[in-house]
Design a binder for this molecule. Structure first.
Ligand code: GLC
Length: 678
């Protein structure tokens, strides 16, 4: 096997090509290219950071350098948009397929769970097509971006004017007052939606002339955008859903494919390279002078894997979100060809390999550093934070639906099934608290040494915070923020709890309980602006020690108990799933009153969310997109149902520890399981 390899993604428009050249690192000092591929490869120079680039003379290229051996599937992949002009790249057998070419004859590939076959969406593109056509469709050469509603400021104004005209037309407003009030509220809402669409479209980032994402914030008055002018993976998810629900798939497809290319980039932080499957936190399209070409500029994609991010935090959630979005794309568009592409399947596998790697863990939950998710700075959530576990569980469920089972993946699929089963058990059993459970913890014995211990993590009852004693309602409960040996973080973290509902990580009863708690604690978790990122805030010494005295994360601000409107769409999804859309409608109606007036802030401050956040960005894209997505989900619950999961009873029955089979030791999971009421 040749250690040097090249991967070409060729999407040829008459004057545009994108090429990736992979080479072994300069340590080996060699870079050779497979002779049957014409590759643009900057082999004479090894940039410290490889770039995906596009010349502004309309020639686009990707130049990448990869250390070490490339995965077989990935090496073999070529996508060619044939009707974009003459493709100069030919893969091994023209289709660029060697190992997996047999997949071309599958009508519906054998994926790891048959969930898709029960889906309401259409399995269109796959059937009766050979690999060639799938592979061509799977390239970047897709239908032109169809903008169904182009709203601009003038049009919004026009509509306002027409309303004034109606009002001035002699209609008896007194008699029709109630009716008019409703109409006005509705039309106000639709004006807000129009404004939101305009802002969302303004936030779109193009690369080589194609839309590839949205910037995190797009406030022209912002003199110091920091990295808010980048496309964040997690921030793009609500934008993507808004576009998908509006029938616009291209931007999402481009985003998924471009971030996939960034996944395998050479990335180093002080000479240390993180794992291959890591997805960047964000990327930026930069226009830079082309080496050696006077005056010519090129566009490059510049990813940030945490090497520039404040605190150098690893974006563990990026890969999980990428998988979740990939599945959503298939579900909503019916274009499953994308997820079946060899390079995309490889991308899924790389992410999962990273997550499923053996370590020193005693728990099935994913071990991460502080700030590895939406809360991307120190907030005392290192270890096994709920948000990561919920996203991990969701991503595993997505992968199970999308991975094509073959000899190369069957072990991975088995590992996914095992992990899903163990993880749901672990979270349901040990993260869940309600009145009864807290009372149980309150009476815990400690220092229990044995496999039969009740208080497995040696939690001292004194850890139960005083706020919780009065706060926990009689009905309902929630999943705690983190669980470590000797430590339960009892804070309520919204995103993790909402995704536990959406993915059915919690039992049906627990999911119900979480929504009940949010309803019962509305004034604490929603108040003037949905929704608190976590509750309560860290204060005084606790704030100083846990955040390191972070002036941005002061009590009831930003990540420390601030209110984040972007959480609205996940709340809406959870409410629709649990048959409680009215709760979401209430929250959306409240947000609607303020978001546009306040210029779509990133977050709100104070215990009741009354003030725009101290350092909050305005025109924050995921605030805008979260609002639009919530509205569309409420209008179209059938589409919403494509985005959540019901309980998987097969997983529930599946105890994988094998202890019961050997009979030598007792499987403690079954002993504990009696406590989980599904
Ligand atoms: C902040 C948020 C993070 C988000 C980023 C861009 O750092 O904590 O979750 O992705 O801003 O909006």
């Amino acid at each position: 096997m040749n250690t040097s390899s090249c991967i070409g993604i060729s999407t040829m428009k008459p004057c545009c090509r994108i090429l990736i050249g992979y080479r072994i690192s300069s340590i080996f000092g060699v870079s050779h290219i497979r002779s049957n591929h014409k590759i643009v490869n900057n082999s004479s120079k090894l940039h410290s950071k490889s770039k995906l680039s596009c010349y502004n003379d309309a020639k686009c290229k990707v130049i990448g350098h990869k250390k070490g051996v490339i995965d077989l599937n990935r090496r073999a992949f070529f996508a060619s948009g044939s009707n974009w002009g003459e493709s100069k790249i030919l893969g091994k057998n023209k289709l660029g397929v060697n190992k997996d070419s047999s997949r071309g004859i599958l009508v519906i590939p054998h994926v790891a769970s048959d969930f898709r076959n029960h889906s309401t969406s259409i399995d269109s593109h796959v059937s009766e097509k050979g690999f060639e056509s799938i592979y061509i469709q799977g390239g970047l050469n897709v239908k032109p971006f169809v903008i169904e509603k182009i709203e601009n400021g003038n049009e919004v104004v026009k509509e306002d004017e027409s309303r004034v005209q109606v009002n001035g037309s002699g209609v008896n407003l007194d008699i029709l007052k109630d009716l008019n009030e409703n109409v006005e509220t509705e039309s106000e809402a639709s004006n807000i939606e129009k404004e939101a669409w305009k802002l969302l479209r303004d936030a779109v980032v193009n690369y080589c002339g194609n839309p590839v994402g949205t910037v995190a914030a797009n406030n022209p008055a912002d003199k110091q955008p920091l990295n808010y002018d980048q496309v964040f993976i997690r921030d793009f998810v609500p934008s993507a859903l808004a576009f998908l629900l509006n029938g616009e798939g291209e931007i999402v497809k481009n985003f998924l494919l471009h971030t996939l290319q960034l996944q395998s980039w050479e990335k180093t932080v002080d000479c240390y390279s993180p794992g291959q499957g890591l997805m960047p936190a964000s990327f930026k399209v930069r226009t830079v002078p082309l080496d050696g070409a006077d005056g010519t500029l090129e566009e490059v994609l510049d990813p940030d894997f945490g090497e520039s991010a404040i605190g150098r935090v690893a974006p563990v959630d990026s890969g999980l979100w990428w998988i979740i979005l990939l599945r959503a794309y298939g579900k909503i568009t019916g274009d499953y060809a994308l997820q079946e592409r060899v390079d995309v399947q490889t991308g899924i596998r790389l992410i999962l390999n990273l997550c499923l790697t053996d370590g020193f863990d005693m728990f099935p939950s994913l071990l991460v550093t502080d700030g590895s998710c939406m809360i991307d700075r120190r907030m005392g959530i290192h270890g096994h934070p709920l948000e990561i576990q919920s996203l991990f569980y969701s991503a595993l469920r997505c992968s199970r639906e999308m991975l094509i089972v073959n000899d190369g993946t069957k072990n991975l699929v088995a590992a996914i099934n095992n992990r899903l089963s163990a993880l749901s058990f672990h979270v349901r059993e040990y993260y869940w608290v309600d009145m009864m459970k807290i009372n149980e913890i309150y009476r815990y014995k400690t220092e229990e040494y044995s496999v039969d211990a009740i208080n497995k993590f040696n939690i001292y009852p004194d850890q139960i915070p005083s706020w919780l004693v009065d706060w926990i309602p009689n009905e309902g409960g929630y999943l705690i923020g983190n669980l470590e040996p000797g430590h339960m973080d009892f804070r309520f973290f919204t995103l993790g709890n909402l995704w536990a509902i959406v993915s059915s990580l919690g039992t049906a009863r627990q999911n119900e309980g979480i929504l009940n708690l949010i309803e019962a604690k509305w004034d604490d978790l929603v108040a003037h602006m949905p929704l608190k990122i976590c509750y309560p805030a860290l204060e005084y010494e606790e704030w100083r020690i846990i955040t390191g005295g972070d002036p941005k994360n002061t009590p009831w601000s930003y990540h420390n108990g601030g209110s984040w409107p972007t959480l609205l769409w996940q709340f809406t999804l959870a409410c629709i799933k649990m048959g409680r859309p009215e709760l979401a409608e209430k929250a959306v109606a409240m947000a609607e009153k303020r978001l546009s007036v306040d210029q779509w802030p990133e977050y709100y401050d104070t215990q009741s969310g009354r003030f725009i956040g101290k350092q909050s960005r305005l025109h924050q894209t995921w605030t805008i997109a979260g609002y639009l997505t919530s509205k569309m989900l409420l209008e179209n619950p059938a589409k919403a149902s494509l985005l959540f999961w019901e309980e998987d009873y097969e997983l529930l029955e599946n105890c994988v520890c094998a202890l019961s089979k050997t009979g030598r030791k007792k499987c403690l999971r079954f002993a504990a399981r009696s406590q989980i009421r599904v």
